[in-house]
Ligand binder design. Structure first.
Ligand code: FE2
Ligand code: FE2
Length: 307
């Protein structure tokens, strides 16, 4: 079990054997409850536990992305006649994602063996029909290249998240910092390969199909990667289970989390030039992306043309 974490911690002899539950697991500003007025009403200990639970969910998100999306998408392209260098790069990409999944999986198991001993996903619960649909789509990324854009977007954002962990390294739990350090080191290459794949696939996609794919990307970002809806509420539900005195406030917590979806500043901050500059630069080159501002209000098309 420690092998996967040691991938990330061998170069950091300062990382102790045990998880330090007195520290936050992730920067507060990367958690969504932090942006609600209710967060300020929690005690320091309740905030710490929320942060720790949310970090387990954060690891699940990364694993979900790597297991359900990256594996299928990369597997598809690896079976194609790609230029030699790109093929070797994608093989490395795929093997690094497998290492990452193992690393996050084992970190979650180390933190909460009673939950993650039996399953990788606890907060993320995808209905079987949606899981089947995502599996079907992600095995056909040549028809649905919006998935490549989604990968580019999320992996570039992972760089931003990784840097935020390192900037707060002094105050955060050392295992979480170590896995993010390792992740950050590899994800830089992944973003580059995402770009190479996009350069190969997107120009070959017809204009109508490109527009359709942009709409699919907008829908997915809106539905699953913007407003705290399902999973974020489960994290708070778990917090309330640990602190039953919070039970009467639970409906209000949920209301405030959902309300973030209507907060323009919050929505803008999710995807903005500070966290995904390279993806936005690529959007600029293709006029069909100008409509995506509705899903990503932080995107301001440069050199906008009328679509
Ligand atoms: Fe990764
Ligand atoms: Fe990656």
């Amino acid at each position: 079990m420690n092998d996967a974490i040691s991938i990330a911690t061998t170069k950091s002899p300062d990382v102790p054997e045990k998880i330090d539950f007195t520290r936050r697991f992730m920067p507060e500003e990367l958690t969504n409850f932090f942006f609600t007025p209710a967060y300020a009403t929690l005690t320091e200990f309740q905030r710490l536990r929320y942060n720790q639970l949310n970090a387990l969910y954060f690891n699940e998100q990364t694993m979900f992305f790597e297991k359900t999306l990256a594996r299928n998408v990369l597997g598809h392209f690896l079976a194609q006649p790609l230029p030699g260098e790109l093929k070797a790069g994608l093989q490395q990409f795929l093997s690094e994602e497998e290492q990452h999944t193992a690393m996050f999986q084992h970190l979650n198991q180390k933190c909460a063996p009673e939950i993650y001993g039996k399953q990788d996903f606890y907060f993320i619960q995808v209905p079987p029909i949606a899981a089947k649909m995502l599996d079907w789509l992600s095995k056909r990324p040549h028809l649905f290249p919006f998935l490549l854009w989604l990968m580019h977007l999320q992996e570039e954002r992972a760089l931003f998240f990784g840097r935020a962990f390192l900037n707060s390294a002094e105050s955060l739990e050392p295992h979480f910092v170590a896995v993010q350090r390792k992740h950050l080191a590899d994800e830089t290459g992944h973003v580059r390969w995402d770009e190479e794949l996009l350069d190969w696939v997107w120009p070959k996609t017809g204009p109508l199909f490109r527009r359709f794919n942009v709409q699919m990307l907008a829908w997915m970002v809106n539905e699953y990667f913007s407003t705290p809806k399902r999973t974020a509420l489960r994290v708070v539900a778990d917090l309330v289970r640990e602190f039953p005195a919070l039970q009467p406030q639970y409906p209000e917590f949920c209301r405030q989390l959902r309300e973030l979806g209507n907060d323009p500043a919050y929505r803008r901050s999710l995807y903005c030039p500070e966290n995904v500059p390279m993806t936005f630069k690529r959007f600029d080159a293709w006029p069909e992306f100008h409509s995506i501002v509705r899903a990503m209000p932080g995107y301001v098309p440069q050199n906008a043309q009328t679509t």
